[in-house]
Design a protein around this ligand. Structure first.
Ligand SMILES: [Zn+2]
Length: 469
């Protein structure tokens, strides 16, 4: 079955095909987080879309080699470290850790590699790539000591964003990684050291400095996946200047000017309660904010997943509530099938189950169509169970079908809370009191009662620690 996706480069739907010498393997590069804060749900919308893409491609028999970078040196991380009065590495480490925890909360598949921009191997790759660009006259060192990409040397600049280059004034330069959409100007590849950089900097043929954000991705992507990458994803915000700059760097530094990326895929914006997410609006959410409010990773994943990736997603608390209801229906259905299928020793493909879920996703990840097939199947099989028309073997057949569906959706129920139930809290408090009285017998009995509830208690120098056994 052919999978078709919308390629931002050609502005058209295309059939996804591996390169002829790559068998069924597709390489996938996804721009990762800048680790200066906890990622917000807008960031996670992109990561969940990329996860859906990877999972569907795998369900369709492709082998996906995915790399996601971590940007751990840029203007924002340096500013953050300076404000916190710690080294860059000390500042970014907890945000890296938090990112992986959040990714697990949302059931995101692990990438094959998560290269970090400050890794000496990666810095060496960036320096080498910049050297090649200078050699080929695509880059130059300016009087401020920084090295800039010469946009005038690459006629294709603007092909991804379809930016109109007329009115471009050669010689304009921008040192910032995030310049305005209209500013078509030579961008920094290597930023020469300035006092605000403090201890952050690496030696290079152009003096002490640090890489620009765009060269980080170009060097890490091609270094790990080769000169041509099959699919490159990101949010629409990344198209210009970031991805446009990545193309310019890679296609000018590569051998034989091989195309950098064959399929570009971008996911649309996320709004919260109809407005652009902004701290000043009070509608800015990290994943952790929502978990603290009592929503689960599964519910948040469902909401982020549920809207087609190229459509704007309006994230609302009402939407989370609807997700909770939909997932409860799914769980109830799953339980009914498990109960009915329990006595069966054979498995039979049930009636009315189609490949529709997967063929919908083949069509540029049409998730609404896919979920409609799932919910229609649930409705129809519930009706059959009500009327005693579904056999145990068919129930097992449906469960097997759902296993495949869920390998793409990844909506398995999980207990996301580490909170102890009130009864466990009471037993722990009683045990604390018993130990204060040196009533070891009572203490042991309470420990055993906790164990029967599935909680393991350990006595440490800081007191009792309980965890799920
Ligand atoms: Zn990137």
């Amino acid at each position: 079955m052919a999978v078709r996706i919308y390629n931002t480069l050609t502005r058209s739907l295309e059939t996804l095909e591996p390169r002829s010498d790559q068998g069924s393997t597709l390489s996938l590069y996804t721009c990762g987080p800048t680790v200066y804060a906890h990622a917000h749900i807008g960031n996670f919308r992109a990561y969940v879309f990329e996860d859906l893409l990877q999972r569907h491609l795998q369900a369709r028999g492709f082998t996906v080699r995915r790399v996601m970078n971590l940007t751990d040196v840029d203007d924002k991380t340096i500013r953050g470290a300076h404000a916190a009065g710690v080294s860059l590495g000390e500042f970014t480490a907890p945000f890296k850790k938090a990112f992986f925890e959040d990714a697990e909360t949302l059931c995101l598949l692990k990438a094959e590699a998560y290269p970090e921009a400050t890794d000496p191997v990666e810095i060496a790759r960036m320096i080498s790539m910049i050297g090649t660009l200078i050699e080929r006259d695509h880059a130059y060192q300016a009087e401020d000591g920084s090295v800039y990409f010469r946009i005038g040397s690459f006629p294709d600049y603007g092909k991804l964003a379809h930016v109109d280059l007329e009115g471009q004034r050669p010689g304009q330069r921008v040192a910032s990684d995030e310049y305005d959409k209209e500013a078509v100007a030579d961008f920094a590849l290597w930023k020469s050291w300035v006092a605000e950089d403090g201890a952050v900097g690496w030696e290079s043929p152009w003096g002490r400095g640090r890489p620009g954000w765009h060269i980080e991705c170009s060097a890490m992507a091609t270094g790990l996946l080769g000169e041509t990458i099959d699919i490159h994803c990101g949010g629409v915000d990344n198209i210009f200047p970031h991805h446009e700059a990545e193309i310019a760097q890679c296609e000018c530094a590569g051998q034989g000017h091989a195309p950098f990326v064959r399929y570009w895929m971008h996911c649309a914006h996320l709004k919260v309660e109809g407005s652009k997410m902004a701290k000043s609006q009070g509608n800015f959410f990290t994943l952790r904010d929502l978990i603290e409010k009592g929503w689960t990773g599964r519910e948040i994943r469902y909401v982020l997943l549920g809207v087609h990736y190229r459509a704007a997603l309006n994230f609302t608390i009402e939407g989370l509530g609807a997700a909770r209801t939909a997932l409860a229906r799914l769980d109830a259905w799953y339980e009914r099938l498990t109960e009915l299928g329990g006595s069966s020793t054979s498995l039979e493909a049930p009636p009315a189950v189609t490949e529709g879920f997967f063929t919908a996703l083949d069509d540029d990840l049409n998730i609404s169509g896919a979920l409609a097939v799932l919910f229609e199947t649930m409705r129809e099989s519930n009706r059959r169970i009500d009327q005693c028309e579904l056999t145990p073997a068919q129930a097992l057949g449906l469960l097997a079908w759902y296993e495949r569906v869920n390998s793409v959706l990844a909506l398995e129920p999980r207990d996301d809370s580490d909170e102890t139930p009130p009864e466990v809290d009471r037993l722990i408090a009683a045990r604390f009191a018993a130990r204060a009285e040196k009533d070891w017998k009572q203490s042991d009995e309470l420990r055993d009662r906790l164990a029967t509830l599935g909680w393991v208690v350990k006595d440490t120098k800081d007191g009792q620690r309980v965890s799920k056994g």
